[in-house]
Write a protein that binds this ligand. Structure first.
Ligand code: ADP
Ligand code: MG
Length: 593
């Protein structure tokens, strides 16, 4: 690795250097530059919402300009039409954008896939025509005579005055989002993109999470709209159309889609580029407006081709990653009371799962007692992983019944089963490769912590976070990865990644751990260590259900075995009984991988 160019101290100073620079700009810059800077600040607030929503959350909105529009029109209507003070307009702007986003989110976020981008386009077009056709909102002419904001009797009419308000709010928004990302909710948000299955398995409510960031991003856009209206003192529908939404998306992506600073850098890039393009295009052609759209489309395509992570990701390689351990409390979080040894934890009753014509799991029944390690074996394609997905709620059953801790959990949601005390690992590991080991394990602690979105935004959950960190570090120690806490999960060898998944499961303080082929791809020594670890977990009172191919590994470890073959249960018994069974030997000789 090459030596980082920036020392950690310089990195910590960077925000203050930027802030100082922004503070002194009005001293030497002309009125035009200040106006451009104001647009940059307003754009950055909108782009920051998109960084959270799109860059981290993986949700694309083409309707962000429409939210800016609602904020701007609410501000204009409240002040210029109704004669209310600007801060009443602000309250209205934020409440309206939140309400509209809640409604849009409730109708589309459950559908997933492309519904959100499509519906935001439709919504962006609709709101534009709405603004343009309501007479009391000035129709195409818009609303004039919007008063300036006054703060403590001081009018922010001059461009240099509102400049300071805009950038104070940019800083505030960046602070809130950076707090959020560095919290329990933030870790979930950072995993939304590509990690949905894993998140559900650790008990995160995906719909709620997506809804929160969608509404939050909309509220930021509403705030930007309020600033915009009072800066220009006049508004019309055209700055809030779908083309403007694409510009905001471009800002979020140009700077660095998954970076808070990217919002500011991207906004600056787009505003300056647009200004420059508007300067030179008229010299090239009479159809400057159309050319402008083409120039933006081309830059968007180039960006997607060559700098997917944005400008900051190109510079990111020069900035060292912070590898200091996060602060941890002396004690962790309260534990669940485990059920009495020998009581029934899990009962699978005549469960069937079909994929079209294929019966992957056929009328399978078994149960599992507290304190037990139960092995599930069978040839490749026997239905083991499918059965695990049924038990953990990742898939729904077609018939039968699954009872976990005395409660009927057939077709219960994955997050509810996780919250009830079932933790799992995956046959194909599902980790966040770009997150540290501690952060990955902290995802497991999610269900044991309570701090909501608001507390995380304001960093009021630090005590709970320190306790959660203690739990995560202990879990890493327990699996032997304590020394690598601040490494990135993606840099671990496969064997360690499997063990890291177990640490994440352990950190959830589960009643039952479900492990899908934990020894696959491990070397002999690693397998022995894994067996010792699983015995230690059992000794803590946690029950284990595991699928494994390696017969030697299973035989020495488990208390009982269920054998699956072609989706059906072939037999059930102690390792010795299973080993002696002719039927099992035949199934294995026929099909073992
Ligand atoms: P195992 O884990 O025992 O190797 P699986 O549970 O992965 O077996 O698969 C059991 C059978 O179900 C296989 O024939 C597999 O192809 C099929 N199967 C598994 N998942 C799906 C799915 N999502 N859609 C269709 N078929 C599936
Ligand atoms: Mg499998």
């Amino acid at each position: 690795m090459s030596a980082p160019v920036l020392s950690p101290r310089v990195k910590r100073l960077l925000p203050w250097i930027v802030a100082a620079f922004i503070a002194v700009v009005p001293i030497f810059a002309g009125a035009f530059t200040i106006t451009l800077m104001n647009y940059i600040g307003i754009g950055a607030i909108v782009a920051l919402g998109l960084v959270l929503l799109t860059g981290f959350g993986g949700l694309t909105s083409f309707g962000q300009a429409a939210f800016v529009g609602i904020g701007a029109y609410a501000a204009a209507w409240a002040t210029a039409v109704m004669g209310l003070p600007p801060f009443a307009g602000l309250a209205l702007a934020l409440a309206l954008t939140a309400a509209v986003a809640l409604f849009l989110g409730a109708t589309t976020l459950r559908l997933g896939g492309h519904y959100l981008p499509l519906s935001t386009i439709a919504w962006g077009i609709a709101i534009y025509y709405l603004f343009a056709n309501i007479p009391s909102l000035g129709a195409h002419d818009g609303i004039r005579g919007i008063p300036p904001i006054t703060v403590f009797g001081l009018s922010l009419a001059p461009n240099t005055s509102i400049y300071y308000l805009i950038f104070a709010l940019v800083a505030e928004a960046m602070w809130l989002v950076s707090n959020l990302l560095d919290s329990r909710e933030g870790r979930a948000i950072r995993s939304l993109r590509g990690g949905a299955t894993m998140l559900a398995s650790v008990g995160v409510d995906l719909f709620r999470m997506r809804m929160l960031i969608f509404v939050f991003a909309a509220v930021l856009a509403g705030l930007a709209g309020w600033l915009y209206a009072h800066m220009l003192r006049f508004i019309s529908p055209s700055p809030f159309d779908v083309r403007a939404s694409i510009e905001y998306l471009l800002m979020a992506m140009a700077g660095g889609a998954a970076s808070i600073w990217g919002a500011l850098v991207g906004s600056a890039l787009v505003v300056f580029l647009k200004n420059w393009v508007q300067d030179i295009l008229p010299h090239l052609s009479k159809n400057a407006t159309q050319l402008e759209i083409v120039a933006f489309a081309v830059s968007l395509i180039l960006l997607l081709q060559y700098a997917r992570g944005g400008v900051l990701s190109l510079l990111g390689t020069f900035v060292p990653r912070d590898t200091t351990l996060p602060p941890a409390a002396a004690t962790g979080l309260p534990h669940r009371t485990p059920p009495a040894k020998g009581s029934e934890i899990l009962r699978v009753e005549g469960v069937t799962k079909r994929f079209g014509g294929l019966v992957a799991v056929n009328n399978v029944s078994f149960d599992l007692q507290a304190g037990e390690i139960l092995g599930l074996i069978g040839p490749n394609g026997a239905g083991k992983s499918t059965l695990f997905n049924l038990v953990s709620g990742a898939l729904g059953i077609n018939s039968g019944k699954i009872v976990f801790l005395g409660e009927d959990m057939s077709n219960a949601r994955q997050m509810d089963i996780a919250r009830a005390g079932l933790a799992r690992t995956f046959q194909h590991v599902k980790l966040r490769p770009g997150m540290t080991l501690v952060d990955n394990v902290l995802l497991g602690v999610y269900i044991r912590t309570q701090a909501g979105f608001g507390k995380c935004l304001l960093h009021l959950e630090r005590e709970e976070e320190r306790r959660a960190t203690r739990v995560a570090l202990d879990a890493l120690d327990a699996v032997g990865l304590g020394g690598k806490a601040m490494e990135l999960a993606g840099n671990l060898p496969l064997g360690n990644q499997r063990v890291l998944e177990i640490a994440r499961a352990l950190a959830a303080d589960p009643i039952l751990i479900v492990l899908d082929e934990p020894a696959a791809g491990l070397r002999k020594g690693e397998k022995d260590a894994l067996a010792v670890l699983l015995k230690a977990i059992q000794a803590r009172g946690v029950s284990i259900l595991l699928v494994e191919h390696d017969m030697d590994f299973v035989m020495g470890l488990v208390d009982r075995i269920v054998v699956l073959d072609f989706g059906s249960k072939l037999m059930e018994g102690t390792p010795a009984e299973v080993r002696a069974s002719p039927a099992v030997q035949e199934a294995y000789l026929g099909g073992v991988a």
